[in-house]
Design a protein around this ligand. Structure first.
Ligand code: HMG
Ligand code: MG
Length: 297
């Protein structure tokens, strides 16, 4: 593989989990800076219930104010028809719907069963089609659930297949609590690729136990070409106890560059952006490359 696509999820997955109030201006600055770094997909926010995720209650304001760079996608999360109506009103061109391979997690995260969530997505998909909006699908807890423990790869593959069949152009496989290790991650992706073509699969690994980069590498070896990551390693899910940030975008880009795989991202500018948001949030930079700096390879 000579190039890979990075989906930057920091402004959504990262900021949804912050305890402190973050000004809309900071979110907008972050997204604009990420665009300047050469990222082609930047998940901007979530049109979820503000009662459930108050941090992203300003999704419409943020979406309206960001600089939409040509050739860059700014998807938003949508959990139900109400969120989809808000997304259409905001004028988005891509959304992500999300469910899980674990019933217990799904109940805590979106207050319904997996089957009910798929039913909820039917009218969302109809509205998306009517408005020419692309839809990505997430499956959470693909390598373990904070409430149920290990999750069978066959269950993950079945949910991924359902999302793909209903029209999601890509399925992102989320290790929500960073439970996975490389062989298990690769086995899970291999199982999913029996139901969904591998070029329609993406990986979304949280780095809770320091395994995310190794897990990414194992999946790249299988042919995965899309990685979700978060600048400065921001992230976590407020409804997954103990979940920490995503694999850091800086660390992924550094590894890929070292392997001769292009991403189109300016790593120095990205490191600056990671330092900017870490300073704004008053937290330690979660990217090892962000802390150490770049190194010519
Ligand atoms: P519910 O309480 O069952 O829904 O929540 P409801 O329909 O009864 O609505 C409750 C209230 O919220 C109502 O307001 C609705 O109008 C309002 P009230 O009548 O009480 O004033 N409401 C909304 N408002 C704005 N936008 C909406 C919306 N929907 C309802 N879209 C619901 C069900 C799905 C809404 C809720 O559970 C929810 O929003 N959950 C989202 C949780 C979330 O965002 N989690 C993090 C994202 S997932 C993630 O991080 C994992 C991922 O990164 C992959 C991985 O790492 O695994 C993607
Ligand atoms: Mg996540």
């Amino acid at each position: 593989m000579s190039s890979m696509r990075i989906v930057e999820v920091g402004p959504r997955d990262g900021l949804q989990n912050e305890k402190q109030v973050i000004a809309a201006k900071t979110k907008i600055d972050l997204i604009n800076r990420l665009g300047e770094c050469g990222l082609r997909t930047i998940e901007a926010s979530s049109f979820v219930s503000p009662k459930w995720v108050p941090q992203l209650a300003d999704a419409s304001e943020v979406y309206a104010s960001i600089t939409k760079r040509p050739g860059v996608r700014y998807p938003v999360l949508v959990p139900n028809l109400k969120g989809m109506e808000r997304a259409v009103e905001a004028g988005v061109d891509e959304i992500a719907i999300f469910t899980a391979a674990s019933e217990s997690f799904n109940q805590r995260n979106i207050n319904c069963s997996i089957a009910e969530s798929l039913q909820r997505f039917v009218p969302v998909m109809e509205l998306a089609r009517a408005n020419n909006i692309d839809v990505r699908g997430y499956v959470s807890c693909v390598l373990g659930c904070p409430y149920e423990g290990p999750i069978a790869a066959a269950k993950v593959a079945a949910v991924a297949k359902d999302l793909h069949s209903m029209g999601c152009y890509e399925i992102s496989l989320g290790d929500t609590i960073g439970a996975g290790t490389p062989k298990l991650a690769a086995a899970m992706v291999a199982e999913c690729s029996q139901s969904v073509p591998i070029d329609r699969l993406a990986i979304h690994f949280h780095d809770t136990r320091g395994q995310a980069l190794a897990n990414c590498l194992a999946c790249i070896d299988l042919g995965i070409g899309v990685i979700d990551s978060s600048v400065a390693g921001l992230g976590g899910c407020p409804y997954a106890k103990g979940a920490t940030g995503n694999v850091a975008t800086e660390d992924v880009v550094f590894m890929l560059e070292g392997m001769g795989i292009e991403t189109g991202i300016d790593l120095d500018a990205l490191i600056e952006t990671g330092r900017f948001i870490s300073e704004q949030l008053g937290r330690e930079n979660g990217s090892r490359v962000g802390r150490a700096g770049n190194w010519p390879q």
